[in-house]
Design a protein around this ligand. Structure first.
Ligand SMILES: NC(=O)c1ccc[n+]([C@@H]2O[C@H](COP(=O)([O-])OP(=O)(O)OC[C@H]3O[C@@H](n4cnc5c(N)ncnc54)[C@H](O)[C@@H]3O)[C@@H](O)[C@H]2O)c1
Ligand SMILES: [Fe+2]
Length: 399
């Protein structure tokens, strides 16, 4: 009975994601592109903007070039740097209050997925006053938000191209997925210069988030020819550049490749949604505070193995794409080689294998919510049983 309900939901989500009207952002790419984006603000006629960021980035000097360009072109700005990782709705409300008091006409988000998501919601909330519950779900806002410019400083979430924002509701201990194509930024800069100061641990974790988006999109029942092209491009770039960017943050070719990979993966999963890796990872974030990319990395190979035979042909495609496996290998062997390569990547970048402070009594809640999220929201390649998810989650407990 439950599987029937899940299948129905997967059908609805698939078609909603396919049919939702959406505008493609204007994209500026390459070293210095964040300054080109900043230049557009005055050209587009905005007199005052709100820069949304977090406290660390706000104090890091990363914004200096953008601020200087705005000033040079006669654009005033206010700064809201109150976004925390996995942003909660009160931070969105605080940012919107600054926007309103300062009478800003547009929003520039400079940060990782947390900042981008908060900024998307700030811009939307400004013209659609309401509570978080009012936005919980698909396409709930009545009007578009304020114009939004996005400069991602991590290469992972793809939030700069997706129609989603993940906002925490602390009272309900819940991460609320707000899905609304009116939140897709209008202007995006993929600037490797902005990413070069990203520490290796964050580079690794956010890159594994991008890989998870690409792979889960490729395995999604909602994938189409165009999302498959984007997912494959992302996988190719990540296999070529992620470990390089991890080892040498100043490798601009690798940073550039990862910025593009994250964008392609975001474009793909924004139309296909994700799968059990995200279903489980979101619970680890909620229960243990595990950063999103780290949580994905902890379970990506294990979930791919658990899917079994039904994903072998698709994973074999990806293995061939990145030239893994022996000539003449079967799909099963190639799928195994692809999963092993992810395990090796995880090992090489010394990503943690277990969340901090996961307790045995947390496991049943994690399983329930992961089954609900993946089954109810994502067009997964096949439905897993509670035992299968338990097997994956139990491995995350300390010995
Ligand atoms: N909207 C979407 O489609 C989507 C998709 C996936 C994840 N998410 C959400 O994105 C959030 C995670 O985003 P994230 O993984 O980018 O991390 P993040 O934005 O939470 O940032 C993590 C840390 O990295 C720091 N940081 C960011 N850029 C840096 C840089 N260039 N140099 C040095 N430090 C830097 C930040 O200050 C922060 O302390 C989660 O809330 C997740 O739910 C959203
Ligand atoms: Fe993700």
């Amino acid at each position: 009975m439950k599987t029937l309900y899940y299948k129905f939901m997967a059908f609805v989500v698939t078609w909603l994601l396919r049919l939702l009207p959406r505008n493609a952002p204007m994209v500026y790419k390459g070293a210095g592109s964040s300054l080109v984006l900043a230049e557009q603000v005055s050209l587009l006629g905005f007199n005052k903007v709100l820069i949304v960021t977090d406290e660390f980035l706000g104090g890091s000097g990363i914004l200096d070039g953008i601020k200087a360009k705005l000033t040079e072109t006669g654009v005033e700005f206010a700064v809201f740097d109150g976004v925390l990782p996995d942003p909660a709705f009160d931070q969105v409300q605080n940012g919107e209050a600054v926007l309103r008091t300062e009478k800003c006409e547009a929003v520039i988000a400079v940060g990782g997925g947390s900042v981008l998501d908060a900024a998307k919601m700030i811009a939307l909330l400004h013209l659609n006053p309401g509570t978080l519950d009012d936005f919980d779900g698909i396409q709930k806002a009545k009007r578009p938000g304020l114009p939004l410019f996005a400069v991602p400083t991590t290469a992972g979430t793809g939030s700069e191209i997706t129609l989603a924002a993940v906002i925490t509701d602390p009272a309900a201990h819940r991460k609320v997925p707000v899905v609304d194509s009116k939140m897709i930024p209008g202007y995006v800069a993929l600037d490797p210069e902005i990413m070069k100061g990203m520490p290796p641990g964050i580079t690794a974790a956010t890159g594994m988030d991008a890989l998870t988006h690409a792979v889960e999109s490729y395995l999604s029942r909602a994938s189409t020819e165009s999302t498959e092209v984007q997912a494959r491009a992302a996988v190719r770039l990540i296999f070529k550049y992620l470990v390089r960017a991890f080892k040498d943050g100043n490798d601009m070719e690798a940073r550039d490749g990862m910025a593009m990979a994250s964008f392609y993966a975001g474009a793909a999963f924004g139309r296909t949604s994700v799968g059990y890796v995200h279903g489980i990872a979101h619970q680890l974030g909620r229960v243990c505070g595990t950063p999103h990319g780290n949580a994905n990395a902890m379970v990506l190979p294990e979930v791919l193995s658990a899917y079994g035979e039904c994903v072998h042909p698709r994973l074999a495609d990806l293995a061939r794409l990145v030239e893994l496996g022996e000539p003449g290998a079967t799909d099963r062997q190639l799928a195994g080689a692809f999963i092993d390569a992810i395990v090796e990547m995880r090992r090489e970048m010394e990503l943690p294998l277990q969340p901090k402070d996961l307790k045995a009594h947390d496991v049943p809640g994690i399983i329930d919510e992961a089954l609900k999220e993946a089954g109810g929201l994502y067009p997964v390649p096949r439905y897993m049983s509670a035992d299968e998810v338990r097997h994956i989650v139990n491995r995350l407990l300390p010995a």
